[in-house]
Write a protein that binds this ligand. Structure first.
Ligand SMILES: [Zn+2]
Length: 196
């Protein structure tokens, strides 16, 4: 019985044990002689205090690893072919405990050769979806895949959010009409409706 419940994913209302077995801890409630889960999470038992807890999922410190998809914001361009990215969330958009530093080199920005400036792909302030290509920190990022790239960018002229235009390689500003180039992810957040 105990082996079955420890480490199990539970939903709010699920019965964990009888009140005689353990003391209620975090994320649980007592109902009609039973201790039940008060939230979605993982069951943990502290055998020293004899308390049963439900720990929320996604709250433990996690480190991104090679091949994992992350979200970040471009913080700077120290060299023409390099951008710094502040990584803040995992593939499910769940924030990490803290931030991680990422580096995007122009060779990992696109499959097409002959580009000279990282500004053709990302600009400071852009939100990006990227894949980690190094085994550990510093995290080297790639946005070459169609799913990766800029997911939200702002106008360099007026600061308004930029919109993706179907069939166009440019992002456009609805406020001032400015057009800007990026390596846009397929799921860019804002899309201009095509007028028919
Ligand atoms: Zn603008």
């Amino acid at each position: 019985m105990l082996a079955n419940i420890v480490g199990k994913k539970v939903f709010p209302g699920d019965i964990l044990c009888a009140i005689e077995e353990f003391l209620p801890g975090d994320g649980v409630y007592v109902d009609n002689g039973y201790i039940r889960a008060a939230r979605f999470g993982i069951v943990e038992i502290d055998f020293t205090s004899r308390r049963i807890h439900v720990k929320p999922l996604g709250k433990k410190p996690r480190l991104p690893g090679k091949g994992s998809v992350v979200y970040g914001v471009v913080t700077g361009v120290p060299r023409e072919e390099l951008a710094f990215v502040k990584i803040f969330a995992d593939e499910r958009m769940v924030p990490f405990n803290g931030f991680f530093s990422g580096v995007l080199h122009i060779s990992q920005a696109s499959d097409s050769p002959g580009q000279h400036s990282i500004y053709d792909f990302v600009k400071p302030g852009d939100f990006v979806r990227a894949t980690i290509v190094s085994p550990s920190a510093p995290y080297l990022l790639s946005i070459r895949r169609p799913q990766d790239g800029v997911i939200l960018a702002y106008c360099s002229v007026c600061g308004a959010p930029l919109y993706k235009v179907p069939g166009s390689p440019y992002l456009v500003c609805k406020r001032c009409g400015n057009k800007e180039k990026r390596k846009v992810a397929i799921h860019y957040l804002l899309e201009e409706r095509r007028k028919r």
